[in-house]
Structure formats: structure tokens, C-alpha cells
Ligand binder design. Structure first.
Ligand code: NAP
Length: 246
């Protein structure tokens, strides 16, 4: 299968890309760091033992939507045809940092909400004719308004809402949409943060995401326990949410 992949350079995206090339998928990598993309492509080709594990890399910054169209078109042209897009790229900062720095807050909102959604709109145009799959990393942070994650959570809530709507809108046309909702996972994004219970590892998340992709599921929580955790959190009354610190 042939995929455009945005976010393979690090974290959960890197783990997923490694699993995908190991099973024979072919990728075109998009990202903002040219050297990081080249390193990532070399690593993936070596792991897969195939030069065509990665057929090319190209520049795409989630904060610069003007570049999305040409980048996506070039990636699809290099692949020849496309079965799916994976978007694991995203931006995080803790609540207090975002509340103190509105320029940073704007970047997080633009990258995770406006940028990711516009990128998905470009991807959708290529995926509809091939009845392909759109796989996007949102977050459990978007499932409920919570004290420490107002701004990042809002960006992911908006993204999850969009992905669910696109799923409803285009499912009958054959488009498959998978919203990935990680809980706390140990990556560069969460380095130095206090760990909650049920913290996960990127490769275990990647394994679960790949299984959900193959099964054609619309939503996957990873690690799995976070589906239950968020079910409970969604059910908590507002007066309880006001009192608790998470
Ligand atoms: N880790 C968690 O606990 C957690 C929990 C819930 C949801 N998530 C979400 O899951 C996804 C993956 O998270 P992760 O922890 O694996 O993150 P990570 O290790 O920090 O990797 C983030 C990836 O996003 C790319 N990226 C960041 N800003 C970008 C931009 N402006 N344009 C293009 N690419 C950009 C990075 O590329 P560079 O190599 O260029 O930096 C990198 O490949 C994210 O969407 C995140 O919000 C993470």
C-alpha cells in the first residue's frame, strides 16, 4: 500500500512508519525539517531492506498552508497512486506556557486545528477517487474540557470534530477516516512532564493504530485503557471536573 506520511521523523509517527515499511508499505514523507526527513528516509529504507520503502521526501510545515497543495500533489505524483495519508505531526505545550504566551498558543492552534484540517482537505481530494484512508492523530485531550489543557485540548477537540464529520460526510463514497486518540505516550512531546498512570510507549501505540487501520475502524484510543479512562472522564459531572486537577 502507498501512503503519504506527515510526522514520521519522531515519536509515534516514527514508530508507525517503521511498522508500515516493515510490512511492505511504500511511503512518501512530508515534514518541516529537511535533514530530519532524509535521516528518517535512510532509517526506514535500511529497516525495510528496500530502497522503495520511501520513494521521496518533501517540505511541508503545518504552519504554512500555502505550501500544502504543491507538497501533497508532488507526493502523490511520486507515489503514482495513493491508498492513504497519515498525519501524526502536531504541536504541544503545557497549559501554563500557552496561557502565558499567546503567540505560542496561536502556533499550537494553527498547527493542530487550521493547518491539520486544511491538510486533510487536500488529502481528501486525492483519497476519494481511490477510496483511500485518512489516518490522523488527534488526542484524548479533545474529549473533555479539562483544567490543564484548555488551548491544546481545544485544538484537538476541533480536529476530532472535523474528522468525525468528514467520516459521516464521505463514508458512503468510500473514504475511510481513522481518528487516533493517544493518551499520555512517552515521546519528545511529553519529555519532562509528570507522568499520569497508564503512560504508553510509541511502538505499542503504532501496533494498535496499524491494527485499527487494517480493521477500517473510525476511532482508536491508544494505549487501549484510555478508552475506558476517557469514558469515565466524559461521564463526570461538571461540578466534579471543577474540583479535580487533571
Ligand atoms: N505524546 C503524547 O502523549 C500525545 C498524546 C495525545 C496526542 N498526541 C498527538 O500525537 C501526535 C504525535 O505526537 P508525538 O508525541 O509522537 O510527537 P513528537 O514526538 O513531538 O513528534 C511530533 C512530530 O510532528 C512534527 N511537527 C511538529 N510541528 C510541525 C509542523 N509545524 N509542521 C510539520 N510537522 C511538524 C515533528 O516534526 P520535526 O521532526 O520537524 O519536529 C514530528 O515529526 C501529535 O499530533 C500529538 O499532538 C501525543
Amino acid at each position: 500500500m502507498q501512503y503519504v506520511f506527515v510526522g514520521a521523523t519522531r515519536g509515534m509517527g516514527r514508530a508507525l512508519a517503521r511498522r508500515m515499511v516493515a510490512r511492505g508499505d511504500t511511503l512518501f514523507l512530508l515534514g518541516r525539517d529537511a535533514e530530519g526527513l532524509d535521516r528518517c528516509a535512510t532509517d526506514l529504507r535500511a529497516r525495510a531492506g528496500r530502497e522503495d520503502a520511501v520513494v521521496g521526501v518533501g517540505a511541508l510545515d503545518l504552519l504554512q498552508p500555502d505550501g500544502f497543495g504543491p507538497a501533497v500533489d508532488a507526493a502523490v505524483a511520486a507515489l503514482g497512486s495513493v491508498d492513504g495519508f497519515v498525519v501524526s505531526a502536531g504541536l504541544f505545550a503545557p497549559g501554563p506556557a500557552l496561557e502565558a504566551d499567546l503567540a505560542l498558543a496561536e502556533r499550537v492552534l494553527r498547527a493542530n486545528f487550521t493547518g491539520t484540517i486544511l491538510l486533510c482537505e487536500h488529502a481528501r481530494r486525492h483519497l476519494l477517487p481511490s477510496k483511500g484512508q485518512l489516518v490522523v492523530f488527534s488526542s484524548v485531550a479533545g474529549d473533555r474540557g479539562r483544567k490543564p489543557i484548555a488551548i491544546y485540548g481545544a485544538s484537538k477537540a476541533g480536529l476530532s470534530h472535523y474528522l468525525e464529520s468528514v467520516d459521516h460526510r464521505f463514508a458512503a463514497d468510500g473514504l475511510r477516516v481513522l481518528t487516533v486518540k493517544p493518551g499520555f505516550v512517552r515521546t519528545a512531546m511529553t519529555a519532562g512532564l509528570p507522568e499520569p498512570p497508564f503512560a504508553g510507549e510509541p511502538d505499542a501505540v503504532a501496533k494498535r493504530v496499524l491494527a485499527a487501520m487494517d480493521a477500517g475502524k473510525p476511532v482508536v484510543y491508544a494505549p487501549a485503557i484510555w478508552a475506558l479512562v476517557m469514558l469515565v472522564i466524559r461521564l463526570l459531572p461538571r461540578f466534579v471536573m471543577r474540583r479535580v486537577g487533571f
